[in-house]
Design a protein around this ligand. Structure first.
Ligand code: PGA
Length: 251
């Protein structure tokens, strides 16, 4: 795991966007795995800026998002489809035929999950997967006590996740209780993983992810076994781990 600690959220977003952009320059038809949540919004903003400067194109890019709330359709402002469209897709030259986000309204969930996995395989696998991390150590919606061997599947959201995500909804009751998420196995098959974390509330879980035991109780700990993971942290999220490892500090 390479750990890069930068000063603040702005720097984190720039670094992450530069890594994604360089992947796109080196392989214009890259398969990119995208994440939602507060953390990657700055990265998408930067990517749009780099795109507007004419340095990258999404024309041949294929995307697969990590997850989608179950029960929400694409037009719902809380859906991750809506989020991706607002933050990135509507602002760049992506071909929507190449955009993949699990269908939150799928009736046959098993078929939806199998199709999703088959789509990733057909595209040649994910070249670069962007990840955030939950305060409980989840990646995607793979909550504590996850099965490491799971692929895309329906998951029940943890209470902590429902609480954390209620800030995007008008009440906690409105937060869907289930979601379709790539599994740990799906994520682990990505060629490169870039995990982002910002703020002091992530400092402890980042320390445990890097230095703790590899355990389903802390889903992100499995990343210790992946050969190409870059973790980008701002100073607050890196406050504990920086005392215990040779992190690269960059400004
Ligand atoms: P956040 O979510 O970026 O909104 O903190 C991260 C996650 O839950 O994976």
């Amino acid at each position: 795991m390479r750990i890069i600690i930068v000063k603040d959220y702005n720097e984190l977003s720039k670094k992450a966007a530069n890594i994604v952009a360089s992947q796109m320059i080196l392989k214009p038809n890259s398969v990119l795995g995208f994440a939602t949540g507060s953390t990657p919004t700055g990265t998408y903003k930067e990517l749009v800026r780099i795109y507007n400067e004419g340095n990258i194109s999404f024309r041949e890019i294929v995307t697969f998002n990590l997850d989608e709330y179950y029960g929400l359709d694409r037009a719902n402002v809380q859906s991750y489809y809506y989020y991706m469209n607002e933050n990135l897709f509507s602002k760049v030259d992506i071909d929507y035929a190449n955009v993949h986000i699990p269908d939150g309204r799928a009736i046959d969930i098993e078929a939806e999950c199998e199709d999703y996995e088959a789509g990733i395989k057909k595209a040649g696998g994910i070249d670069l997967q962007l990840l955030g991390i939950g305060r409980n150590g989840h990646i995607g919606f793979n909550e504590p006590d996850v099965k490491f061997e799971a692929r895309t599947h329906l998951v029940e959201l943890d209470e902590d996740t429902i609480k954390a995500n209620s800030r995007f909804f008008s009440s906690e009751e409105e937060v869907p209780k289930t979601a379709i998420s790539m599994g740990i196995k799906t994520i682990m098959h990505s060629r490169r993983i870039v995990l982002l974390a910002s703020g002091e509330e992530k400092a402890e879980i980042i320390y445990s992810m890097v230095k703790g035991k590899i355990t389903p109780e802390l889903p992100a700990s499995v990343l210790q076994l992946h050969p190409d993971v870059v973790v980008i942290l701002d100073e607050k999220a890196g406050a504990i781990i920086s005392k215990h490892c040779n992190c690269m500090t960059q400004q």
